[in-house]
Design a binder for this molecule. Structure first.
Ligand SMILES: Nc1ncnc2c1ncn2[C@@H]1O[C@H](COP(=O)(O)OP(=O)(O)O)[C@@H](O)[C@H]1O
Ligand SMILES: CCCC(=O)OP(=O)(O)O
Length: 363
């Protein structure tokens, strides 16, 4: 029997760009990155207010590429800071839209994924989905304990790409995702190191404003007493402090740029300060992977290094030299998120999985 054909528009909003793709089932037929000038967003108070500009840019790009939107079966966006939920493909519903628009757990560009997907799909009378949003929470009870009564550790991470590369690793070896024991480190703007066991991410650092290694833009774990002093110093407002932790810390805070290609060039040209910061980031990632190996009690099928930063050879080697004794190291450069979104939508459209329902607050 001939396979049913589903055309899907997928979209992945970043702070300054929206990546889009059109897929026939899980085969990519068109991909584009739409860059937005920061001026275009300056007038908007909240992230959700950017949805009209992004929607317009997406529809214009599809038109330019000769893509007829009436052939679409679904629109699927990268999901954002919702209330904690288990992994899977979710239909965008009213409760989800409300939470994304309010930014109930904070502001991250992925909040726009569900909103813009819904706005495009509802005009076409087709379903909109999100897949494995950044708030997927499958932490074990032990992993939730922070050490400070009243504050729990949170699961905010690159769930979409982490789960997609882990599933692919298992499939290529003829195993199910539930059977493999993996450590997956995603290195993008944020860095997250997840422990995948029994088809769940049972431990992971909160890569937004939580813990773990510092990244190109984020602070990661920092000495708590010093942080408290700074918060009460009167130097920064609450908003400025959060922005500093999420966008202007890490490599960017030390070196003034979060462009890794530029930093690698500086290192090649003998910039020792740049080298020491990049080496420190690699050191912290390796330490986090070491901690994750203790969670799996040393029985690990592989460590997967993924995300855009892993394109950089020097950084990848610096991490690998400290962890290769733990297990096999598999390098999967890039964030693979458009493909993962399409695969998540196709699993539902083919009835291989049911779409999950995001619960209303009272449920
Ligand atoms: N092809 C590449 N080679 C090396 N570094 C890259 C490449 N693409 C992106 N990066 C770097 O990776 C970091 C995060 O990139 P980005 O793709 O924006 O991350 P995210 O996965 O968070 O969307 C940036 O520092 C960027 O300079
Ligand atoms: C919000 C956690 C995932 C994350 O850090 O995403 P980016 O690297 O895309 O900012």
């Amino acid at each position: 029997m001939q396979e049913q054909h589903h055309r899907i528009l997928v979209l992945n909003p970043a702070s300054d760009a929206t990546k889009i793709g059109v897929f026939d089932n899980d085969i990519l037929i068109m991909e584009k990155t739409l860059h937005h000038s920061s001026d275009a967003f300056d007038e908007f108070a909240s992230l959700a207010d950017q949805s009209a500009v992004r929607k317009q840019a997406i529809l214009e790009a599809l038109d330019e590429e000769g893509m007829n939107v009436s052939n679409l079966a679904a629109v699927c966006g990268r999901g954002g800071l919702l209330r904690p939920i288990e992994g899977g493909t979710y239909l965008v519903n009213e409760a989800m839209l409300e939470d994304l628009q309010k930014g109930i757990l904070g502001q991250h560009a992925s909040n726009l994924g569900g909103i813009v997907a819904y706005e495009i799909a509802s005009g076409l009378n087709i379903p909109s989905f999100i897949v494995d949003p950044v708030v997927v929470d499958e932490l074990s009870p032990l992993a939730r304990v922070s050490g400070f009564s009243g504050i729990e550790r949170k699961s905010i991470f690159h769930a979409l790409n982490q789960k997609a590369v882990a599933r692919r690793y298992a499939k290529e070896r003829g195993q199910s995702y539930e059977e493999v024991r993996l450590i997956v480190a995603h290195l993008g703007k944020g860095i997250t190191v997840g422990v995948h066991q029994g088809g769940k991410v049972v431990d992971v650092n909160n890569g937004l404003h939580g813990d773990g290694p510092f990244s190109m833009e984020r602070a990661g774990t920092i000495p708590s007493g010093d942080l408290v002093e700074l918060c009460f110093s009167g130097q920064y407002s609450r908003r400025e402090m959060l922005l500093k932790l999420v966008r202007n810390s890490g490599v960017s805070g030390y070196l003034g740029t979060s462009d890794s290609v530029r930093i690698e060039r500086r290192i090649k040209n003998g910039d020792l300060a740049a080298k020491s910061i990049f080496d420190a980031m690699a050191y912290q990632v390796a330490k986090e992977i070491g901690a994750a190996s203790a969670v799996l009690e040393g029985r690990i099928d592989a460590i997967i290094l993924t995300g855009s930063l892993v394109h950089g050879k020097a950084l990848t080697e610096e991490i690998t030299k400290r962890i290769r004794w733990i297990s096999d190291v598999v390098v999967v450069p890039g964030e693979n998120e458009l493909q993962a979104l399409a695969e998540g939508a196709v699993r539902v459209l083919r009835n291989e999985e049911d779409a999950k329902v995001y619960p209303a607050l009272s449920e």
